[in-house]
Design a protein around this ligand. Sequence first.
Ligand code: SF4
Length: 86
Amino acid sequence: MARYKVVLEREKCIGAATCVAAYPERWELQEDAKVDIKGEEVEKTKDNQEQVLWITEEELERFKESAEVCPVNVIHIYDEKGNKII
Ligand code: SF4
C-alpha cells in the first residue's frame, strides 16, 4: 500500500488551528500556540521544530484538507518517491 509523508514545519506554525478544525483526530493545539500531529508514531526533531508522520492512502484526503486550509502553508505532503503532493 502506498505511503505518504506528512511534514509539519512546526517552527513556522502561527497557531491558526484551521488544521485542527479540518482534522481534529490528528492535530492538537499546544500551550505554545503551535500544533502537534497526534500519534505515537510521529517523529519529532530534537528541538521539535519539525514533525513527520508516515500515513497510508486512508488518511491522505484529510491531511490534504489540513494542508489546504493552513494560512501559512507549513503542512506538506510527499509521496514515497519524495514528490510533493501539496
Ligand atoms: S493551520 Fe497551519 S498555522 Fe494553523 S495551526 Fe495548523 S499548521 Fe499551524
